[in-house]
Design a protein around this ligand. Structure first.
Ligand SMILES: [Zn+2]
Length: 457
């Protein structure tokens, strides 16, 4: 029963159409209009979405434009629900069918977010006034993180119209509020690349994503970019780097350390925070929209919550155990053989050292029997360890002295910090590492009066 209605333009916010409908039908009172559309004259109107329409109005909207088309293409649905799971998306659509949803709770919006203004492109305004006789509010000019009109590559202007205002500017057609303002072009190719990235993500089909996969993907990238080392996430450093990165690029950036923590703690998935993190970490739009990660990557990320979430039994520890075994073996070997020591001296293998190297919390190891068994194989007493490094030092010196020069106890001390008494005490434990002949040589060296011995005799 709407009669002849204005056309809904491409990329037009549905709110913008409502405003033009208001003018076309000759309404003069905001509250009458809201009553007509929703059946409730006290209703709050968020300009980036639709209000809960009353049944007749909604029926007409469905017939003329298609309700789903309106939501998907003429509101910021694709931004707000971007990283929702399939279940959350279904919930949103179910609520949208009712006549009493509150858009703020529907999309978990924070009040402060409604404080921003509707933006417009001065060149779009000019063109539209010339070609169709009026301008309108664009959806693409309201996307968080995009400060330019991607069609004209000029900076967007902020209008005086607040997105969440309840006051008498509730019905504010663009035609009344957009001025001819100064035009500022943006030529920086890096900026343009970033804006197109945000746009591509905001406009992709939005039917629910696997949040676990997104976070696992970002977590994996942390490691590749060096923001995760020896089992620690370096989010503080990353936060500073990100701030500098976006500041240098000259785009709006409001994230802070705690937002970054929030992403990785899975409390929620704020649109622009996820996108800026992903872009910074070198995740392509395609990768972010269709994250490809293994079960191991997911378990690996979940495992990073272990310390703060000891009761988390969702971690697939069995999978972790099998997947980490290879690297645990490798690290045990490298630590044991002295690979990480400045002088190449063999080191004692401990769960703490191995876990740090591999990048898992060492408290987790007790739930990983295969890895634990592997580390346990390297267990040794202090006496055995002393014997092992003395043998190592003796062999090393012997191999170096091809010219037949004598080995001195002081040289062994330099490599191992062990003195004569310790060498003698370690003798009974050397059989595990070396034959009797060499034990005798070491014995003789330690007991010799002047602590040296000619090797060639
Ligand atoms: Zn434009």
């Amino acid at each position: 029963m709407l009669g002849i209605v204005p056309k809904l333009y491409e990329d037009e916010l549905f709110y913008s159409w409502l405003c033009r409908y208001y003018v076309a039908k000759g309404f003069t009172s905001n509250s009458h209009f809201i009553e007509e559309v929703t059946g409730n004259n006290r209703l709050y109107l968020n300009k980036e979405f639709v209000p809960p329409f009353k049944a007749e109005f909604r029926h007409d909207i469905e017939k003329i434009f298609g309700f789903e088309n309106v939501i998907r293409n003429h509101t910021l649905y694709g931004q707000e629900a971007r990283f929702y799971t399939e279940e959350e998306i279904n919930n949103v659509w179910e609520l949208l069918q009712t006549d009493s949803f509150d858009i703020r709770t529907l999309f978990r919006m924070q009040k402060s977010k409604e404080g921003h203004s509707l933006s417009y492109c001065p060149l779009c305004v000019k063109e539209e006034r010339e070609s169709i006789g009026e301008c309108y509010w664009h959806k693409s000019h309201q996307i968080q993180g995009i400060d330019i009109c991607l069609k004209h590559r000029c900076k967007l202007k902020e209008s005086e119209i607040r997105v969440g205002s309840k006051h008498n500017d509730m019905i504010s057609p663009a035609e009344w509020w957009c001025n001819d303002s100064e035009i500022e072009m943006v030529e920086n190719t890096h900026c343009l690349k970033y804006y197109n990235y945000v746009w591509e993500i905001a406009n992709a089909p939005c039917n629910g994503m696997d949040a676990k996969k997104i976070i696992a993907l970002l977590y994996k990238k942390l490691k590749e970019k060096g923001y995760r080392t020896l089992g620690q996430r370096l989010l503080g450093i990353m936060s500073e780097d990100m701030e500098q990165y976006y500041e240098e690029m000259g785009v709006s950036y409001e994230m802070c350390y705690s937002t970054l923590q929030t992403i990785f703690a899975k409390y929620n998935y704020p649109f622009i925070a996820i996108i800026q993190t992903a872009y910074f970490l070198g995740v392509t739009a395609e990768e972010l929209l269709n994250p490809v990660v293994s079960d191991f990557d997911i378990a690996d990320e979940e495992c990073s919550h272990y310390v703060s979430d000891r009761n988390n039994t969702n971690i697939n520890r069995d999978l972790m155990d099998r997947n980490y075994l290879k690297s645990v073996k490798r690290e045990c070997e490298l630590i044991y053989s002295g690979h990480y020591h400045a002088k190449g001296r063999p080191m004692k293998v401990s769960a703490l050292k191995v876990c740090k190297r591999v990048g898992i919390t060492h408290t987790l190891i007790k739930f990983m029997p295969l890895c634990k068994a592997c580390i346990d194989e390297y267990a040794e007493t202090d006496d055995e360890y002393h014997a092992r490094i003395i043998v190592w030092a003796y062999r090393k010196l012997k191999a170096e002295k091809t010219d037949g020069k004598i080995i001195r106890v002081s040289e062994i001390h330099k490599l191992t910090s062990e003195w004569k008494e310790n060498i003698i005490r370690a003798l009974p434990y050397m059989a595990k590492f070396v034959d009797q002949e060499m034990i005798n040589e070491i014995d003789a060296l330690a007991r010799e009066k002047h602590w040296h011995r000619n090797l060639v005799d």
